[in-house]
Write a protein of this length. Structure first.
Length: 367
């Protein structure tokens, strides 16, 4: 920038600033610069509000498919909602919600972790956009998974029925690999559609459940369906011919990773007809830590400092813990008659990871 100083010009060095695309138009008496945003901001509009304080807000979108290149995972994904009323204290999707709110130019209505539970973003046109943009040839051999960030059958689905609309769109195609992840027995409402999809595609429904202890589950998942309700949903799905299994995720170190608890969970799932069991350890991103670490201080104070040290340098668990947990899961899968290879395949499908060499058995505490 040049600025007059007497008869001389002084040069002031400024850092570069990206303004986006610019359009130069002529006008009297000087030329005018109109700044154009590179992409329009998503629109937010209030759809409904509950007495308990939850607000459902329409989120306009131009695309709904998340590619492996975008997420770093080994599958494509669709999420009809951003934010979730279940309010699981460990949920990593709080970061996605915070980022989406920032893109709209809106302010958080409170702490980011709480806004995730109280302001649910609803992609009302998700099915229409999917119908226009889905190209099966782009998916290749990768799966299309519904509900990777927030639960597609959370309470909002009772009114908006967006997940059902997405499934109806997928009925128009053949030969895809489709997965659904949910904690909610509401998924059984769409049993007939899932049966029809299974005739045209490879379909799997993953019922997410980390413990059969209802009191423990309530301390970790404030408003999610009780464990027995999820097991009933699993039983109804498998009885209806759906390839369904148990997703033990996240497995929380020192809390839900005990051998007895995992064994009880797998045994119950086996009785409900589960075809497989797959599990993975807790991840703690920035927003999830803001929510989960205070819960540890209150509910599990003896673990709080160990968690801070364990997760200090990474969002994930250590390789030693992951190896020990993997070995424990394999032993229990074999003990309860679940195929270990399918469990590994499902985990790799959901996490996008390549299989590692089988680790040596580790003794002692897993944390």
């Amino acid at each position: 920038m040049r600025r007059a100083s007497g008869s001389r010009l002084r040069v002031c060095e400024l850092p570069s600033l990206r303004l986006g695309k610019m359009r130069v138009t002529s006008g009297a008496p000087t030329r005018q610069l109109d700044l154009l945003p590179e992409t329009p901001r998503p629109e937010l509009r209030l759809l409904d509000e509950r007495e308990r304080g939850t607000r459902f807000v329409r989120l306009s979108v131009r695309s709904v498919l998340n590619s492996p290149a975008t997420t770093g995972m080994g599958f494509w994904s669709v999420n009809p909602y951003v934010g979730c009323e279940f309010g699981c204290t460990y949920c990593y999707a709080r970061d996605t919600h915070r980022y989406t709110i920032e893109r709209t130019g809106q302010q958080q209505s409170g702490p980011a972790w709480l806004d995730f539970e109280k302001r649910i973003l609803v992609k009302t046109d998700v099915a229409d956009v999917l119908a226009r943009t889905l190209d099966p040839s782009r998916l290749g051999d990768a799966s299309l998974v519904i509900g990777t960030a927030t639960d597609p059958y959370q309470p909002a689905e009772r009114r908006f029925r967006l997940t059902r609309a997405v499934l109806e769109v997928l009925l128009q195609y053949r030969g895809l690999s489709i997965g659904v992840i949910t904690k909610s027995p509401l998924v059984t409402r769409d049993l007939a559609i899932l049966q029809a999809l299974s005739e045209r595609h490879e379909v799997s429904v993953n019922i997410s459940l980390a413990t059969m202890d209802a009191r423990l589950a309530r301390r970790l998942e404030l408003r999610s369906p009780v464990p027995s309700a999820r097991i009933r949903a699993l039983r109804r799905l498998t009885a209806g011919g759906i390839h369904a299994g148990l997703l033990v995720a996240p497995i929380i170190p020192g809390i839900t990773d005990g051998r007895a608890g995992l064994s009880r969970l797998m045994g119950t799932a086996k009785e409900a007809g589960a075809h497989y069991v797959v599990g993975s350890a807790l991840r703690l991103g920035p927003s999830a830590r803001q929510r989960f670490l205070p819960v540890l201080n209150q509910e599990f104070p003896e673990l709080a400092e160990r968690y801070r040290k364990h997760y200090a340098g990474s969002d994930g668990v250590s390789r030693a813990y992951e190896a020990a947990l993997k070995h424990r899961l394999h032993e229990l899968q074999q003990a309860h008659g679940f195929p270990v290879d399918e469990g590994m395949r499902r985990r790799q499908q959901l996490e996008g990871r390549r299989p590692r060499k089988e680790p040596e058995r580790l003794q002692g505490s897993l944390l």
